[in-house]
Design a protein around this ligand. Structure first.
Ligand code: C5J
Length: 220
């Protein structure tokens, strides 16, 4: 049993029952010149966490933890994208349109790939998800259950959209969840902070938060 010095209380976990879930560290959200920046977002807060996510991956791998990567992505015919989602955002840069790095949020396109520095390794799970949450319309829950996973550590982008949605979905499915607070980011730093606060309020209503250094200290 390991213990992370976390907020609001210590977080206890067993490595063999814990997975790291890295949400949507894909080129289109993070790289300058991608879909996110084409929409006018400042991608720097997202780019800044890449070294921390890389260090988190190294820590999880060294500890023998299961690693899960997700990508927000759709089939090329967009049959898995509800019309309400297609209507969101800038019409000239809608899902499926040609963006700076290929068709936006479409599987197989260059912009939909995970950043090279964070490339999944053999044996790690890569979950393509059509929603914001990692459990909606995916087999993630079944894959985790099959491996006896009870505890999930979350990282990635963006804190208030896909990371938060995934952590809430996981909490509702009975997983003990911790968000690695310096390994996730938002285009809007105020949303990042607000999300960390709301997830952990009321005695950890959705779960715990801790920085990467606290996980590393727990595994020493
Ligand atoms: C968004 C995500 N923000 N991965 N996706 O649309 O958070």
């Amino acid at each position: 049993m390991s213990t992370i010095d976390a907020f609001p209380t210590p977080y206890r976990f067993e490595l063999q029952h814990t997975a790291l879930v890295v949400i949507d560290m894909q080129r289109d959200f993070i790289e300058a010149g991608g879909f996110g920046s084409a929409l006018g977002n400042d991608v720097r807060p997202l780019a800044e966490i890449v070294p921390t996510v890389a260090a988190l991956l190294a820590t999880a791998r060294a500890g023998g933890m299961l690693v899960v990567h997700t990508r927000e992505s759709h089939l090329p015919d967009l049959s898995d994208c509800p019309p309400s989602k297609l209507r969101r955002g800038n019409p000239s840069l809608a899902i499926g349109a040609i963006g700076p790095m290929g068709r936006i949020l479409v599987r197989g396109e260059a912009g939909n790939q995970i950043l090279p520095l964070l490339t999944p390794q053999d044996g790690e799970l890569v979950i393509d998800k059509p929603g914001k949450g990692a459990f909606y319309a995916t087999d993630l829950h079944a894959q985790l259950q099959a491996r006896g996973i009870t505890h999930l550590l979350f990282a990635g982008v963006t804190t208030e959209v896909c990371v938060q949605t995934s952590m809430r979905e996981a909490n509702d499915r009975g997983y003990e969840c911790l968000i690695v607070e310096d390994a996730c980011a938002s285009y809007f730093p105020v949303f990042h902070q607000a999300t960390l606060a709301m997830l952990t309020a009321q005695g950890g209503i959705v779960g715990w938060k801790a920085p990467l250094a606290a996980l590393q200290a727990a595994l020493k």
